[in-house]
Design a protein around this ligand. Structure first.
Ligand code: OMP
Length: 272
């Protein structure tokens, strides 16, 4: 999917919501456990109830890998369901990969060609040759971890390296990578006040912003400091939406939570 198409969807739906499909069988409604594939049954119900309120879904692969081959099959069914039924939706494989070039090429094939995701999250730690194999795919997006939402972000990401915080080095150096127009970046909603400086370095890049909802980040602050002329934001909530209820009406309950965020996003878009 092109970035222009994504921006068009955001304007049309008045939403830059990404719903995280972090599907955990300990948390899904009990009646679904009788289904042949409870993970897919849960995801399908959530997607059908919320697709008009969001522009992206982000399955975090850890939640699927934890169930072995069955989990991976549920991930494959989920991305196929999205691509067949809702092709206007931007899909993110939250896999946080990155390795020597030869290996990164295989990861890129797995997520972009075999599974057919629009984007994948990548750790920048191994540098240029670990990221460029992902960037080589046309109309696919590589979402580089810049400043993450967790406490451990301060262990390395904000440390000074050659006079600049490491996360700023990530932003600046990655701009020199081949096909860098295919880059997006992760910035945690819990780090919203850093967004002004981040926007000075990457004024127009799309940011995936997790951390509203369960982690306590503020949507209003993220928009205040992080929204660009082309919106430039995908704000993710996972647990705060998908586990709104553990009863039969769980999908409807998740749609209500998604609608609350979509309505706040609509207001933020109108402020511009
Ligand atoms: O790359 C991510 O999506 C990510 C980066 C980050 O800095 N913080 C973060 O929480 N995430 C992911 O975003 C999701 C957040 O989930 P909730 O806290 O339940 O909304 C999880 O899948 C995390 O792995």
């Amino acid at each position: 999917m092109t970035t222009d198409f994504l921006v068009g969807q955001i304007r049309k739906k008045e939403s830059f919501l990404c719903i995280g499909l972090d599907t955990d069988l300990d948390k899904v409604p009990k009646h679904l456990l009788q289904e042949e594939d409870p993970i897919f049954a849960f995801n399908k119900a959530i997607i059908d109830a919320t697709h008009h309120l969001c522009v992206a879904y982000k399955p975090n692969t850890a939640f699927y890998e934890a169930y072995g081959i069955k989990g991976w099959q549920a991930l494959e069914k989920t991305i196929n369901y999205l691509n067949s039924n809702y092709p206007e939706i931007f899909t993110i494989a939250d896999a946080k990969r990155g390795d020597i070039g030869n290996t990164s090429t295989r990861y890129a094939k797995a997520f972009f060609e075999d599974l057919g995701f629009d984007s994948v999250t990548i750790a920048p730690y191994m540098g240029r040759d670990s990221v460029e194999p992902f960037l080589a795919f046309k109309d696919k997006h590589t979402i580089l971890l810049a400043l993450t939402s967790n406490k451990g972000a301060f262990d390395f990401q904000t440390k000074m390296v050659e006079g600049k915080e490491l996360y700023k080095q990530v932003l600046e150096i990655s701009k020199t990578y081949e096909n860098s127009e295919n880059l997006m970046y992760v910035v945690g909603a819990t780090k919203a006040t850093f967004l002004t400086e981040i926007r000075n370095i990457i004024p127009n890049s799309f940011l995936l912003v997790p951390g509203v909802g369960a982690q306590g980040g503020s949507l209003v602050e993220v928009c205040k400091y992080g929204m660009s002329d082309n919106v430039g934001l995908l704000v993710n909530s996972s647990r705060g939406i998908i586990y709104a209820s553990d009863q039969e009406n769980f999908a409807q309950a998740s749609a209500e939570k998604a609608k609350e965020l979509q309505q706040q996003m609509s207001l933020e878009l109108k402020k511009r």
